[in-house]
Design a protein around this ligand. Sequence first.
Ligand SMILES: CC(C)=CCC/C(C)=C/CC/C(C)=C/CC/C(C)=C/[C@@H]1[C@@H](COP(=O)(O)OP(=O)(O)O)[C@]1(C)CC/C=C(\C)CC/C=C(\C)CCC=C(C)C
Ligand code: MN
Length: 399
Amino acid sequence: MNFCVKWLNPPPQTLVIIINFGDKDMGRTNASMTKAQYESGVATEDPLDHQRSTFSSSEQKVQEVVAKQAAMVDELQSRRRRSAAVQDVRPDLIPVSSQELLEEAYVRCGEVCAEYAKTFYLGTKLMTPERQRAIWAIYVWCRRTDELVDGPNASRITPTALDRWEDRLEDIFQGQPYDMLDAALADTVAKYPVDIQPFRDMIDGMRMDMVKSRYANFDELYLYCYDVAGTVGLMSVPVMGISSSSKATTESVYNAALALGIANQLTNILRDVGEDARRKRIYLPQDELARFGLSDEDIFAGRVTEKWRAFMRDQIKRARMFFAEAEKGVMELDKDSRWPVWASLLLYQQILDSLEANDYDNFTKRAYVGKWKKLLSLPAAYALALMPPTSSPKLLGFS
Ligand SMILES: CC(C)=CCC/C(C)=C/CC/C(C)=C/CC/C(C)=C/[C@@H]1[C@@H](COP(=O)(O)OP(=O)(O)O)[C@]1(C)CC/C=C(\C)CC/C=C(\C)CCC=C(C)C
Ligand SMILES: [Mn+2]
């Protein structure tokens, strides 16, 4: 996924950017990958048992959110099964005039997506109209949130402003939106089983980003990646839906969604090392840098040495393992939702290839996916999206 900065204006601040996105029965296998699994290089035979004993404190916290979100979805599904009329979303009970305003709000969210995240917007066009507009509303809220800390007004944003943004979020979930874009999200979260916690956690991640410029170890970095990106997966899947023929557990699909967010953010971080260093920020685990004989000074000096290459190879390997975890879940999604997710996964994964092609120079070169590769990824993503939940994507190299 590529981000490209532009702007949109939700009161009270400005926001900006473009996203360019860029064995069926998972059964009781939990798709999340632990730090220990990464360190050993492979998932264990029984990942679930393994995870129970090896979750780090960050993973433990995140797993509680995943379990809560999955339980919400399961609860809705069993309610639907009990109900004679199976509906995609809860019925609309709002008056016609408000309905018109709401339509307008969703149209605006769509315009923002179309303008700032073209490929992603295109991908959403395969979804049902209800789902695509709900995804747009979530997208717009995420973008506005990121813009608070990364946009043109970021220097004026205080922790209090983030507290106010969180109060606004609570109001959205109470059905009391502040502006029209909030109204679209309020409608979405009333219709789909979306939990508020991932939204709160994203704001927390932005809070953390304001005060923290170093990460002692992967556990700390994992929490940041969850907050700002893993949360996006948890927010989106309740809308995208899980295929009715999927045999995977709801929790395993949410863990795959979480993994995609983490993989994307780790990739973002590796791509932006030089840019972040110029802002005196290092989003790399300090203990791992030290293990490779590297320090902050090496990063500020931007030296591509053998030590740096070895470190980068290790970091890329970890990001790829999170992508591989994510792949296991994509085909479990509702068929109309798979294409944009595959597209985003394939496009973002190729940034890692580009880092390698740049001989790990992420100080002076920006890793990116060229236009042709991008174009070719879209039909490839489409072909992958046709895979039913029961097939095994050997094509992508995991069993
Ligand atoms: C089962 C399965 C695999 C399901 C898929 C679940 C899914 C849709 C996962 C989405 C993962 C995703 C796209 C995560 C976003 C990751 C990301 C890069 C987040 C960025 C954070 C801040 O980082 P930073 O400030 O360092 O980066 P910039 O310099 O600002 O670029 C974000 C920018 C946070 C804001 C995130 C968004 C605006 C993205 C919101 C996207 C959606 C709601 C739609 C997601 C849907 C699809 C189809 C990808
Ligand atoms: Mn940002």
